[in-house]
Design a binder for this molecule. Structure first.
Ligand code: SF4
Ligand code: SF4
Length: 126
């Protein structure tokens, strides 16, 4: 089966096999926001076997009216608190937020493919 993903409306493809060697560049690097909905908060709390209030206090922070997942800093890299460097994976993969599931097919990148290519080595547009 091909690892190449396409999506209508996007003029680039994404090779998922790049994830095994890129060391989570979309989960690390520059600081950013990883927004999470109420339903996702419930799902991840359940996955981690935590009360919602415990989960929110430990792993989230408020950005305006939304919640975002906390980061930890490692050697100047701002890493999502759920990124596991040892396994190069996401500790909440099955319940990860939509924002993570839909990367790299974000509307923002439709007109910024060069910027995306710098972040994600799996992007091809030629
Ligand atoms: S930056 Fe791209 S290749 Fe790297 S882990 Fe994220 S999606 Fe995969
Ligand atoms: S929740 Fe998982 S996929 Fe999303 S940024 Fe954090 S480690 Fe990456």
């Amino acid at each position: 089966m091909s690892d190449l993903m396409k999506q209508d409306g996007f003029d680039y493809t994404f090779d998922q096999s790049a994830c095994s060697t890129c060391q989570g560049r979309c989960c690390t690097g520059e600081s950013g926001y990883i927004y999470i909905s109420k339903t996702e908060i419930e799902k991840i709390s359940e996955l981690l076997n935590l009360d919602i209030s415990e989960f929110v206090a430990e792993y989230l922070f408020k950005k305006a009216y939304k919640y975002s997942i906390k980061e930890v800093v490692h050697n100047d890299s701002h890493e999502c608190v759920f990124y596991d460097r040892e396994s190069n994976g996401c500790r909440i993969y099955d319940a990860r937020p939509l924002q993570c599931k839909t990367f790299p097919f974000w509307n923002y990148y439709k007109t910024r493919v060069d910027e995306l290519k710098l972040e994600c080595p799996g992007i091809k547009n030629d």
